[in-house]
Design a protein around this ligand. Structure first.
Ligand SMILES: Nc1ncnc2c1ncn2[C@@H]1O[C@H](COP(=O)(O)OP(=O)(O)OP(=O)(O)O)[C@@H](O)[C@H]1O
Ligand SMILES: [Mg+2]
Length: 1038
């Protein structure tokens, strides 16, 4: 019974979460029948459509019924609730299982997109797994037959960091369970606990236990399902007693790890990236799916990389093998998740193509035993042969013995009666059942602290009941009435919690850290229903008050991990508004929301890493910062931001800056090392594999802008500009000149100043970047052992230019001159110079780092030794990939710009014509009028190439130069102002100082601007006056 069929793919869109609602996020997805369309938030005309086997709209048009279940809000609602999803997917799994096919359902999607909601569900909103189990038990009860027996086994595994953890096993398995391979079963997990079950309630309880193990399995670190894959396997056997026949189906229900935000930059460059298992399974799954999709499309693929990860080994039969497989891809509807949503849909689209060949697993029981026996005989003879051969075959024999033992175990299992095994499981179940009823009773009697995990699926599993009298919370079990918790920064005796006279109070011990509603607690405080409590660094709880305080319909899920972290961040003075302006209707720009989310997610990770570093004596301090990416944008636009982590060695004061992705990658490795340390392993790492170690490197300190506009007019500029760091603070002052010159490097005189830049079109342009000094360098004020180097890009030239390193001085003399040549100026170059700046980066050098190479490499030079710049298309950062959608947006902008340029060209043409007429008049005047009288009128005609120029033209150029110079100062003042960030809100003195400074800067800015404009006005009116006099004079002399 062989049938080849494709993997069935469904897509589901979830509702907005609270954060998205608060931020006024827009829904960018629409679903019509089975087709789903996503629109680019930056260009609404750019849409992408996909078609799947099933598409679920679970975003809107729903209400909560009296049981707390989300259902459609009316007969016309298209809301797909949990039951509807089950009816399609779960029911199909069941149908296949009854027929004896293996069935697999995978949930794939970005972190927080609704995988666990769909697979497991939350509270009364039960997902596919519970509903499938429930229906399976119901059906077996309804279909009882005299000579037929149903056997259902349940197992629950987690793959984390490539290790397999049995979530149902009570014993500790530091290295995880082994994945083995046998010719009969393919890959399988050795010693996996498979519990025989006879009711749905049992399965429900097993799932709870499994989730509890997920929270408590790792020491101190806040585990999250985002990084782990959970595989629930239901083995369903139909035993036909009379015929000695077994029909068996393995149902694999897989809640995959979240597909993290995929930024192309970041950890790409991390030297430890290759060695880590972070998401190895997920990446390999992607590769397997791609390979299988290609095979399905008729391409020749030599190798499907199943063996490269634990997950793909275990899913081998589900992907292209003996299984009826389905996938539910979950997506967020919000504009801030556009890229991730698109990538999920593309992934799902590829999966659609995979072809499986499922067979009915029907076996006579006796035949199975005979087969196993035969295999064992073979294994035994191989072992004997190997032993007799006298070779060193220790490892091979060990492996064969394992297989032998496994087969024997399997035979014993087949022969043990189902009834016996059920009896054994029943005993365990009764014990658990008691705990369950006890907990229900306690919830009614006492207030309690309920755990909150970064993964909502793992929240509310641990309840710390606050019984009457005083209870000590901490690591120690010594006190008679104690609540024992573990976690970072938890003291032996951390706090005392008292339940007296219908009041609960909490008091920290000594220096123990307790945070209540985001604020640090120093003395005894009273707890109120729904207070948020954090003990130590990361043990997070919601306080649920006395029964009398509770209102039966409260939704505790509102107080999730993000709520706690946003509250903490707000108390620290960091909220979404601090990141960027709201754009109309209180809407937050999607990119700002994404950074805010990154910030509140990475912040607690930084706290954990600081703790790990302290416990492992690493002497490193980690700090989270928001980096302004606009710093590298030559137009100085101010929106794109990214979080980054600054790492400082507390002893040597060396500094590193890690991207978010690099930090997350490193933390993953650190956690693993820390776990081994806690398990008592002797940790000794060489530098190369140490996640805390990195070679000393140059640190980016800040950026300065020098506007290029003056080159269009051949005006030499002397600049004093500030280097600003990513926080908007001044790091140093740069003194430099931007000097237009002759090919041999002679500065052009003031008489060469152009009023009409288009005169440059087609001409050669030479200019020098003269970097003189860098003053008041903060980096060196902190530590004089350090050095600096400046790096800059000129126009679109791919090669960055560097100054030489200067060490041990706060005021560094640099005196570097570089000359650049554009062989033929184009209109595009003029446009570029008009709007862009030269971006100079200040790099901090530290002891042990060699500095950035200042060799010029392969640059093209003129005969005079000047560097040639020949292409003026604006340079795009290499890390930015432009999609079709962005491209069309760029085209629209481009055509608009072209229209504007055309308009400007017209204006320019008219002006040039005027100019020519005026020049002609002047020439005529010079040749007609007696030389003396000209001198008398103070009109001088000069010009190096013999072209006469009226004095008012020179004066006009001079005025322009003065104007540009002063405008550049205004520009850098403005940039500084935009980057100036307020300090923590609770630090009133610093806030006042900040406000004073802000007021001063705004006042200065206003005055500078006024001055600029007035000077220009005066200069221009002076020139016009002169010109009028001149015109008058020429008409008189005619
Ligand atoms: N269809 C839905 N209807 C209502 N709420 C939903 C739906 N899907 C997801 N949610 C809510 O969104 C939040 C995140 O969902 P969930 O925990 O399922 O994400 P996930 O994909 O499993 O993320 P992770 O990769 O971090 O495990 C939860 O609070 C959940 O209740
Ligand atoms: Mg999940």
């Amino acid at each position: 019974m062989l049938s080849a069929d494709s993997v069935k793919v469904a897509v589901r869109v979830r509702p907005f979460n609270q954060m998205e609602k608060d931020a006024g996020s827009r829904c960018i997805i629409s679903v019509v029948l089975n087709s789903i369309t996503v629109c680019d938030p930056r260009n609404r005309n750019n849409t992408k459509s996909f078609t799947f086997d099933l598409s679920y709209w679970s975003h809107s048009a729903f209400i909560k019924n009296e049981e707390g279940i989300l259902i459609p809000d009316g007969p016309t609602s298209r809301y797909a609730d949990q039951r509807r999803v089950f009816d399609d997917l779960g029911q199909e799994v069941l149908n296949n299982a009854w027929k004896g096919y293996n069935a697999t359902l995978l949930a794939y999607g970005q972190t927080g997109s609704g995988k666990s909601y769909s697979m497991i569900g939350y509270g009364p909103d039960r997902g596919i797994i519970p509903l499938t189990c429930d229906e399976l038990f119901k059906a077996t009860k309804q279909n009882q037959e005299h000579d037929k027996q149903y056997q259902i086994y349940f197992s629950m595994l987690e793959i984390y960091n490539e290790k397999v953890i049995d979530l149902l096993s009570k014993s500790k398995q530091p290295g995880g369970l082994k994945v083995r391979e046998s010719p009969q079963k393919g890959f399988y997990v050795q010693d996996r606990k498979s519990v025989p079950c006879e009711s749905y309630e049992q399965v429900e309880q097993l799932m709870k236990e499994g989730n509890k193990k997920r929270i408590t399995a790792s020491t101190n670190i806040n585990t999250t399902s985002s990084r782990s894959h959970m595989i629930i396997t239901i083995q369903f056997k139909q035993v036909f007693l009379k015929d000695h026949l077994t029909k068996q189906s393995d149902i694999n229900l897989v809640d995959l790890a979240g597909s993290e935000r995929q930024k192309t930059s970041g950890s790409e460059g991390d030297r430890l990236r290759e060695g880590t298992a972070i998401n190895l399974s997920l990446t390999t799954l992607g590769n397997v799916i791609s390979a299988l999709a290609e095979i399905a499309m008729g391409k020749k693929v030599l190798h499907v990389p199943y063996r490269n990860s634990t997950l793909t080994k275990l899913l081998q039969s589900a992907l292209g093998g003996n299984s009826k497989t389905m996938m539910i891809a979950t997506v967020s509807p919000a504009d801030s998740c556009y890229e991730e949503t698109l990538s999920t849909l593309r992934y799902a689209e590829r999966t659609k193509n995979i072809q499986n060949k499922a067979v009915v697993n029907e076996n006579p029981t006796e035949r199975l035993i005979l087969e196993l026996r035969a295999e064992n005989t073979k294994l035994r003879s191989t072992i004997t042969k190997l032993r007799n051969s006298g070779q060193m075959v220790e490892e091979e024999t060990k492996e064969l013995r394992w297989s032998l033992a496994e087969n024997e175990l399997q035979m014993a299992e087949i022969q043990t009666s189902w009834v016996q095994r059920l009896e054994q499981a029943r005993k365990e179940w009764e014990q658990q059942y008691q705990t369950l009823t006890q907990e229900k009773h306690m919830i009614q009697m006492f207030p309690y602290l309920s755990n909150v995990n970064v993964d909502p699926q793992l929240s509310a599993f641990v309840k710390l009941f606050i019984q009457d009298g005083e209870t000590v919370i901490g690591q120690s079990r010594r006190s008679p009435q104690a609540i024992v918790i573990k976690g970072f920064g938890i003291a032996d005796k951390h706090a005392t919690i008292t339940n007296l006279d219908n009041k609960v109070t909490l008091e920290p011990h000594g220096q123990a850290k307790v945070t209540l509603n985001g604020v640090l607690v120093l003395t005894k405080v009273q707890l109120r229903h729904l207070d948020r409590v954090i003990l130590g660094s990361n043990s997070i709880y919601l306080y649920v008050g006395f029964l009398s305080e509770r209102n039966g319909e409260e939704d505790f899920s509102k107080y999730d991990y993000d709520f706690f972290q946003s509250e903490l961040a707000a108390v620290e003075g960091f909220d979404r508004d601090a990141l960027g302006p709201a754009c109309g209707n209180k809407k937050v720009d999607p990119s700002v929301l994404a950074v805010f989310l990154d910030y509140i997610r990475v912040k607690p990770m930084v706290v954990e890493v600081n703790q790990i570093s302290e416990e492992l004596n690493k002497d490193l301090k980690f700090e989270l910062e928001v980096k302004n990416l606009a710093l590298t944008d030559s137009r100085g636009q101010d929106l794109i931001k990214e979080v980054m982590v600054k790492v400082t060695n507390k002893m040597t004061h060396q500094v590193w800056v890690w991207s978010r992705a690099k930090f997350v990658n490193r933390k993953f490795i650190m956690e693993d090392i820390y776990q081994r340390f806690i398990d008592g392993e002797n940790i000794s790492l060489d530098r190369e594999s140490d996640p805390f170690w990195d070679p000393i490197e140059a640190v980016h300190l800040g950026t300065a802008y020098v506007w290029l506009q003056s080159l269009n007019y051949c005006i030499a500029m002397e600049e004093h500009v500030e280097f600003h760091n990513s926080q908007g603070e001044e790091e140093a002052i740069l003194q430099m000149n931007l000097v237009p010159c002759t090919p041999t490097g002679q500065p052009l005189g003031e008489d060469e100043i152009l009023i009409d830049p288009t005169e440059l079109v087609g001409q050669r342009l030479d200019f020098q970047v003269q970097i003189t000094q860098c003053l008041g360098i903060k980096w060196l004020k902190q530590n004089i052992e350090r050095g600096i180097q400046i790096r800059y890009h000129v126009l679109n030239h791919p090669h960055p230019f560097h100054t030489k390193p200067v060490w041990n001085t706060v005021n560094a003399r640099i005196d570097q001159v570089m000359q650049f040549t554009v062989k033929s100026v184009s209109q595009e170059l003029l446009n570029y110079l008009q709007n862009h700046a030269l971006v100079l980066d200040l790099w901090g050098l530290q002891e042990g780092c060699i500095g950035i190479s200042s060799s010029l490499g392969e640059v093209e030079l003129t005969d005079e030794g000047s560097i040639i710049i020949d292409d003026v298309t604006p340079r795009l950062p290499s890390s930015v990939e432009i999609g079709d959608d962005q491209l069309s947006e760029l085209y629209i902008k481009l055509s608009k710009l072209e229209q504007e340029i055309e308009l400007l060209r017209d204006v320019n043409r008219t002006l040039r014509e005027d100019n020519v007429t005026m020049k002609d008049t002047l020439k005529k005047m010079i040749s007609d009028a007696p030389r003396k009288s000209l001198q008398h009128m103070n009109i001088q005609a000069f010009g190096t190439k013999g072209t006469p120029k009226a004095s008012y033209e020179v004066e006009f150029a001079k005025a322009l130069k003065a104007f540009y110079q002063s405008m550049n100062r205004v520009r850098s003042q403005l940039l500084g102002l935009r980057r100036h960030r307020p300090p923590d809100e609770d630090d009133v003195d610093r806030l006042r100082m900040y406000l004073d400074k802000q007021t001063r800067v705004i006042k200065d800015l206003g005055e500078s601007f006024e001055l600029c404009m007035n000077t220009l006005k005066n200069d221009v009116s002076h020139i016009i006056k002169k010109k009028k006099e001149h015109t008058l004079w020429s008409s008189v002399t005619k």
